[in-house]
Ligand binder design. Sequence first.
Ligand code: ARG
Length: 426
Amino acid sequence: MKSWIVAAAAALLCATSAQAVTVVTADRMLDVTTGKYLEHPAILIGDDGKIEQVGTAGTIQAPPGAKHIDLPGETLLPGLIDMHVHMNSLAEIGGYEGLKYTDSFWAAIGPYNARKDIDAGFTTVRNVGSGDFDDVGLKQAIDGGWIVGPRIIPATYLLGATGGHCDDTNGLPPSLDKKGPNIVSGPEDAREKVRWVHKHGAEVIKICATGGVFSLGDSVGAQQLDYDEMKAIADEAHMLGLKVAAHAHGDEGIREAILAGIDTIEHASLASDATIQLAKQHGTWFDMDIYNDDYILATGTANGTEQQSLDKERMVGLKQRQTFQRAVKAGVKMIFGTDAGVYPHGDNAKQFAKMVQWGMTPLQAIQAATLNASEALARNDVGVIEPGRYGDLVAVRGDPLQNVSLLEHVDAVVKGGELVKGPGAQ
Ligand code: ARG
């Protein structure tokens, strides 16, 4: 191994402070698999940050020297997972406003968003798109212990068509046009781009299958990548052991994405009943940001959002919620994703109440952000409080199965056995 690689690995180890064995106790704990409460839980978390035992105050023997995190009066849940965020975007800078900021600005605001998300109880986030590999750097800084934030699954660049939702130079005059490294054209190029982002740290592939709300000049429902391109991307990603998330509002784009083998459909706004059935058959996840509409329409043009985007939002907002209701009823597998970055990081949990309002039980909404999310990520180390998984926990006061909005106010957050927020946190 090259010596600089060894040096870099050693530096990484030094930054991660040695951690003590920890016991967390509270009034009760929600088992998200069964929907049942365990009274007076005690959770033993090892010095590797992973849960060793889950029991009750009477059954768990804390080893000498163990650290205690006691949360009387609190209900514990697994650390929450947001499957659709943009760590290097700010909701308050929309439309052409972003052009006023230098390129490195977007990397610089990553830690700000990371702190907001983890303080809101989101201990894992899937970052479905950042430029310049900013999400990989942010992940490295968090994993190394230099800054505080959630576990990140980075997608890096969003792959999409020229002039499509993921083309950042839409709306600029041709003299200022510059083809981004994320533009794919044809199946072979698409494969190559998957390899390239994977090489530089992508742990999930994000594509733009149809037009969007915030992209300028495209139609929100129109398909933008063809079946062959999506199939090449899905095959290549799966060969590399990665999942693929497809931004898709329009029915035809959603249908072809499912047929191509895409794993999660983002937004899924205009899916027909036939497409909903197809998703069910294929076991494709729907990840629907149904809180977003409220924020986008309430802020209007104040964030720099272009009128055309607001018009597009008015076309899809309500329909997306109705599709969500039909998809839940039909039994499509659902995950929790908010598009934080398009609305403020830290407000992620506001979506739970919307999901319940539009047809889920509180337990289903919580499972979408825990159990289901870990399954869709193919990660058995997050999402559930059980031995072998990270000691990632949130604490709320009251019964979230009665009132899911309680998740908007978490009193404590533990990540890998470390208290990140709550009494005594740094
Ligand atoms: N990033 C998405 C887009 O630009 C946001 C869609 C928000 N609207 C909604 N109803 N979920 O298309």
